[in-house]
Every structure is written in structure tokens, then in C-alpha cells.
Design a protein around this ligand. Structure first.
Ligand code: HEM
Length: 524
């Protein structure tokens, strides 16, 4: 969606005027430890320029689970263990659920209507209440038929490319986008070049540019926003971006409301109308649209990481792919596809999904929280107006919790006693990802079906060696693999029989499936 360097690091610098207003500390406790600082600049000169989660991890290793950074007066707290993240962000959720404030990207360009960036206030809680029934565990179950349909189509598309090396990203993204846009707007996505998907990418790319670190002085000195427009060129840029956001999200909302069948947009509109909530069309459209954006990127990139894990880590841990395929053959057999009903009998697939979320958390540095109030933790003072980062990369690499082989892909760690390991990747407390039930189902279904149908292998050099692929990934709020190729080969003729005959879904009437969701009675 945006570049995380951008987003997280912007969080580091945006409030450099805050310190002028911070009340004198009430507690005499010391600040948490952190790297040495320079006068005035603090740690600004050490702020990571890309992949910030890697540097945060190093700081957590050196200074401990709670690290304090001083970004020219802006306190930043980096949490590096799941205990610290739970203790502060979840247990003290009333205090730690705010977000840092972005003048250009949030206040101006999004008119304060970006769900992920909203401050923790009454309006945020209202949106959370409106979304909650549509993202609950029950609702996620009601969406399984649509998810199953798109996952069948994924198998069909991959089978067409069987035996060739392909970049799988387009197929994975089409599948995820089609689930989300069908559910949200009643719009099936037939190709990765779908006009709405392309428009969404363009708008998100533009948004990413607006949160570039240091691009706008006004993000560090909000008082500059009082300047007249001719002295404040960012205002015109933000206004142009707002138009593009509206064109995307209001356009999608209107198309969604005009379809014949049930969808999330209609359900949200109904809730707003029946509860008599005063809400502009833009506000509703952005709520639905930003939710769709959040869902799409994180889920499809996690699946890309899964394919990358297959080709780089597949033979580790006693060959986890072979183990999973043995279980699938025993439990599911070769005459039907796996479904969520098989989940209780396939704990190893569940373990693969957990390990995937741990090995490459899609939001490696999480999404920054913010606290307006001073707190204390384990003998340290967390100052008021701190940006608080739960660094998922550190948290998923805690050797005391996961063992010494944290860089390896080892599903076994989640079996037996491992069932109680802390899951990570969806954030914490009152800002925890509300779409996690849907995400987990999509991940489970596609991981199980891909492994049931295909051997997933690396691209080979002319000499027959696996082509080296980058496993560090690109910088960004949603961390994704750099483009790579893999080869999906059907595991046997039986795959062709089932996938060719039963997985070409383009003739299926999705309107009926969407109406079936409504008739489950989950939504009032
Ligand atoms: C593998 C898939 C996904 C991952 C790894 C993921 C991860 C995250 C993370 C780390 C956050 C920030 C949490 C925090 O601030 O502590 C978040 C927020 C959010 N996610 Fe997800 N997410 C995924 C899928 C989804 C889906 C499928 C939906 C919706 C259907 C969704 C909707 C949202 C929304 C609306 C927020 C903003 C919550 C807020 O600011 O209060 N996500 N997600």
C-alpha cells in the first residue's frame, strides 16, 4: 500500500514540535534504553532509510524489549517481544490505541477518513462498530463459499500454467481481489488487469508518495498548514489526491449499491440508514474502500510469501511440503479438494499458516500506535505523545519463545505445546486487525489446496540449479517479496481431472452466492 519506511519513519519525525507541548513528566523513572543520541537531533541520524524492522530488531537485541528513540524530540518506543506488546498495546488498550497524526496524508489528502490512520476517538469507534459484524468469526464463515469459488479458479489458472515457470503474483492477487471485491461490491475480478484493481493500485501508489519521509515540512511542523495555498503547494497535491480517492471509493460504493444482490457496501449503508447515523457518502465509501485495500494487499502478499517459502524452505524441517501432502492425501484423498471442514483433521496445514505469519509477517514493523498519556512499564517511563511500534519482525524472532532456528520455516514449532505460542502478524489490542478471521480462512484454504494440487518448485538455471531469489522482500507498510518465479506442476492426473472439470468457475452465478450469505441470517 505505502512504503513503510515511509509510513513508520514518517511517524518518527512527524511530531517534532510535539515536545514543545509535552507536559513535564510526572514520574521520575528513566526512559527505556536506546541507542546513544546527538544533541537536538537525538537518533534522527540513525533512522533506518529502508526496511526499518531490521534495524529495530538489532536495537531490540542490543537494548531489550522496550527501546526508546528520540527523533528530534519525538519519542518513539519500539516493542520487541510479544509480552511487551500485549502488556502495553492490549492490556493498556485505552491508552495505547491512538495513531500518529499525518497532516498531508491523513488530514488533507484523506480528509481524516482513513480507517487505519484514524485517531482512537468516538468516530473511529463508530466505524469499528459498523465494521465489526461484517468481519466477525461468524461472518467469515458465511463468506466461505465465495472464498472456495475463487480458490478453485486459482487452481484452474495455475493448472493452465502447469510445468512452466511463472511469477505467481498476478494469479494470487486476482484470487484475493476477487474475494474482496465480490463480497464488498458484488464485483468479480476476472484478471489481474481488471480496471478497478488497476485504479486501486494507482491511487495507493499516489498515497504512498504523500507519506514520503521528509517530503513535507508541514508533517514535522503542522503550524505551516496555516499558510495560504500559494505558499503551501502540498495543499493542491493533497486536494488532487482526495479527488482520486473519492473517484475510486465512491465509484466502487455506487457500483456496489447498484448491484442486484447482497454485499458489504449495502449492509454498511443499511446500518448507517437504520441507525440514523449522519455520514457523508465519501465517509462511508472510504470506510468500505480502505477496509478493502487493507484486506487485499496483506492477504495476497502473505500468499506470495507462502509460494516463496515453498521454493526456498520447502525441504527444511524434514521436508514440510511432503509431510503436508501426505496428510492431505490421507485426510482428503484424491477425489475432492480440501475444504475448511477438513481443518480439525489437518493440524499440520494450520501449523504451516501460523509459521507463514511468523516467518514473514506481512506488516513487518506493524502499524504504529500512539499514546497521548504518560505511562510506566517495568521501571521505565513511556512519555506522553510517544509513537509506539510493535516490531513484528522482532516479536516473531524471539528465540526464547520460538527456539534458536527462528530464520527457518518450521511448522512443527506450532504443534503439541506449540499450540500455545503467541501468534503474531495481526497487531494488538483495540487496533488488532479486524479482518483476521477472514484472512486466516483464505490462507488456510489456499495453502491446503495449492499443496494438494501442485508440487511447487523453484525456477532452474540452465545448469539445473535453483535460481537464487531474494527472501528479504521489498520495503513497505505491507512487506512483499520482490518479483520471483516458481513452477507449479500438477501432482498427478487426478489433479487435472478434478481441476479441469470442477474449477472453471466463470459460469457460476455469484449474485446467488451473495444472496445466500444474507440468507444465513448472520446480518440483520
Ligand atoms: C494476512 C492478512 C492480513 C494481515 C497480516 C493483516 C495485518 C494487519 C495489521 C498488522 C494491522 C494493524 C494492527 C495494529 O495497529 O496493531 C491491520 C489493521 C487492519 N486490517 Fe488487517 N491484515 C490482514 C488482512 C485483513 C483483512 C482480510 C481485512 C478486512 C477484510 C483487514 C482489515 C484491516 C483493517 C480495517 C485494519 C485497521 C484497523 C485499525 O486501525 O483499527 N485486514 N491488519
Amino acid at each position: 500500500m505505502t512504503s513503510l519506511t515511509v509510513y513508520a519513519a514518517a511517524a518518527l519525525v512527524l511530531g517534532s514540535v510535539y515536545f514543545l507541548f509535552v507536559k513535564k513528566p510526572k514520574s521520575q523513572l528513566p526512559l527505556p534504553p536506546g541507542p546513544p543520541t546527538l544533541p537536538i537531533l537525538g537518533n534522527v541520524h540513525q533512522a533506518p532509510k529502508s526496511h526499518p524492522w531490521l534495524q529495530y530488531f538489532e536495537w531490540n537485541k542490543t537494548y531489550g524489549p522496550v527501546v526508546h528513540l528520540n527523533m528530534a524530540g519525538q519519542p518513539v518506543i519500539v516493542l520487541g517481544t510479544s509480552k511487551a506488546a500485549h502488556d502495553l498495546l492490549a492490556k493498556k488498550g485505552a491508552t495505547f490505541s491512538d495513531r500518529p497524526h499525518f497532516v498531508v496524508a491523513y488530514e488533507l489528502a484523506l480528509q481524516g477518513m482513513h480507517m487505519l490512520l484514524r485517531p482512537y476517538d468516538e468516530r473511529f469507534k463508530l466505524h469499528q462498530r459498523l465494521e465489526a459484524p461484517l468481519l466477525s468469526e461468524k461472518a467469515a464463515k458465511a463468506y466461505l463459499a465465495i472464498e472456495g469459488l475463487e480458490s478453485k479458479q486459482l487452481l484452474f489458472d495455475l493448472l493452465k500454467d502447469s510445468g512452466r515457470t511463472i511469477n505467481p503474483h498476478g494469479h494470487l492477487e486476482r484470487m484475493t481481489a476477487s474475494i474482496i471485491y465480490s463480497l464488498f461490491y458484488g464485483h468479480r475480478v476476472r484478471t489481474e488487469n481488471d480496471a478497478i484493481l488497476v485504479q486501486a493500485h494507482a491511487v495507493n501508489h499516489e498515497f504512498g508518495q504523500l507519506v514520503q519521509v521528509g517530503k513535507y515540512l508541514v508533517d514535522s511542523f503542522p503550524v505551516l498548514n496555516k499558510l495560504p495555498a500559494f505558499l503551501a503547494p502540498w495543499k493542491a497535491e493533497a486536494a488532487a489526491h482526495w479527488k482520486n480517492q473519492c473517484s475510486l471509493h465512491v465509484g466502487n460504493l455506487e457500483r456496489g449499491l447498484a448491484t442486484p444482490s447482497w454485499n458489504v457496501a449495502k449492509q454498511m449503508q443499511k446500518a448507517v440508514d437504520t441507525q440514523g447515523i449522519a455520514m457523508s457518502v465519501e465517509e462511508l465509501a472510504l470506510n468500505v474502500g480502505i477496509m478493502a485495500d487493507a484486506a487485499l494487499d496483506a492477504t495476497s502478499e502473505t500468499l506470495s510469501w507462502f509460494v516463496l517459502a515453498c521454493i526456498t524452505e520447502g525441504n527444511r524441517g524434514g521436508n514440510w511440503i511432503a509431510k503436508a501432502q501426505k496428510d492431505l492425501d490421507t485426510v482428503v484423498g484424491r477425489y475432492r479438494l480440501p475444504s475448511l471442514d477438513d481443518q480439525p483433521a489437518l493440524p499440520y496445514i494450520e501449523a504451516i499458516v501460523e509459521e507463514l505469519l511468523r516467518w514473514r509477517p506481512a506488516g513487518a514493523a506493524g502499524v504504529p500506535h500512539f499514546t497521548k498519556i504518560e505511562s510506566t512499564y517495568e521501571g521505565f517511563r513511556i512519555p506522553a505523545n510517544s509513537v509506539v511500534i510493535a516490531n513484528h519482525w522482532s516479536i516473531t524472532r524471539e528465540e526464547a519463545v520460538f527456539g534458536p532456528d527462528v530464520e527457518a520455516f518450521v511448522p512443527e514449532r506450532w504443534l503439541g505445546d506449540g499450540k500455545h505460542l503467541p501468534t503474531a502478524g495481526f497487531g494488538y489490542g483495540r487496533r488488532i486487525c479486524p479482518g483476521r478471521h477472514i484472512a486466516r480462512n483464505v490462507l488456510w484454504l489456499n495453502v491446503s489446496r495449492i499443496l494438494w494440487a501442485f508440487n511447487v518448485e523453484p525456477e532452474l538455471t540452465k545448469g539445473g540449479e535453483p535460481v537464487k531469489v531474494d527472501t528479504k522482500g521489498a520495503d513497505g507498510l505491507v512487506t512483499h517479496p520482490l518479483p520471483f518465479k516458481a513452477c507449479f506442476t500438477a501432482r498427478g492426473d487426478w489433479v487435472g481431472d478434478i481441476v479441469t472439470t470442477g474449477c472453471d468457475t466463470w459460469s457460476v452465478n455469484c449474485d446467488e452466492m451473495l444472496d445466500d450469505i444474507q440468507s444465513t441470517g448472520v446480518f440483520k
